[in-house]
Design a protein around this ligand. Structure first.
Ligand code: DX5
Ligand code: ZN
Length: 247
């Protein structure tokens, strides 16, 4: 079922909507830099993404619904438009109370991975839905949500996102108290030999990325540190370098 949007060129009955060709996410555990478009200039979004693309592994797309978080940002139509301008892997972070209503639209629009928050509940169904749509499957935890909330799903998802700020806004300060939880996820991944990426998001820059890397994170989302820089590609490279030196 389509949600609120009817995407051009797709219909409810179109066969194979869920099997759109997805882009390669790379190997589990590899370092990845994921610029967050939240801090880009939305008026020239494709241009901004093109500038940062050579230094980016994934593009982090922040979707806010005005319910789960106070802000409203972008939805499937923007993902669909952006899809025509870049081959980057789209890592869609759904800060939504009812992500299940929109997963199919995101998949059809060209999302490669979707991450939903465990705080909204219905996680088993959401994971099954993302899998059925062929999406790389992620679960996000707010800073005050404990490791235990994600533990049952570690073997069945591809990514755990440990928020290092409370979601809703760019430009907030990194919450270092989240690092023990990142380390718990890393320990479980290593102990179980699990195929899982560990992502951090919020206040990531050249100072905090190495801290998160040391705790066990391997995917680094950065918005203001990258798009707030006059040469965003240099900022992304500098974050990658800071992670390398920590390893
Ligand atoms: C916050 C978003 C983040 C945001 C990070 O709710 O999920 O992805 O863009 O922005 P910075 O890097 O500025 O903290
Ligand atoms: Zn995000």
């Amino acid at each position: 079922m389509l949600g609120a949007f009817q995407l051009s060129g797709t219909t409810d009955s179109m066969p194979g909507r869920s099997s759109e060709q997805r882009r390669d996410p790379g190997r589990f555990g590899d370092v990845r830099i994921a610029p967050s478009v939240l801090s880009a200039d939305f008026g020239i979004l494709a241009e901004q993404v093109g500038e940062v693309a050579p230094a980016a592994d994934w593009l982090h797309v922040d979707v806010m619904d005005g319910h789960f978080v106070p802000n409203v940002t972008i939805g499937p139509p923007v993902v669909q438009s952006l899809r025509r301008h870049t081959p980057l892997f789209f890592d869609c972070h759904l800060m939504m109370t009812e992500p299940g209503r929109y997963l199919e639209d995101f998949a059809a629009a060209g999302a490669d991975g979707c991450t939903v928050h465990v705080e909204v509940g219905g996680t088993d169904e959401l994971v099954a839905q993302m899998r059925a749509l062929g999406l790389r499957t992620g679960l996000a935890l707010n800073p005050d949500t404990p490791f235990e909330a994600v533990r049952p799903y570690l073997a069945t998802v591809d990514l755990v996102l440990c928020m290092t700020v409370f979601p809703g806004f760019g430009g907030q300060s990194f919450i270092a108290d989240v690092m023990p939880k990142v380390a718990q996820v890393r320990a479980a991944v290593d102990a179980g030999g699990l195929a899982l990426d560990i992502e951090v998001d919020g206040g990531i820059d050249t100072t905090t990325a190495p801290v998160a890397a040391t705790a066990g994170a391997n995917v680094f989302v950065a918005g203001s540190a990258i798009f707030g820089h006059e040469r965003p590609w240099e900022a992304a490279d500098a974050i990658r370098e800071s992670v390398r030196s920590a390893q």
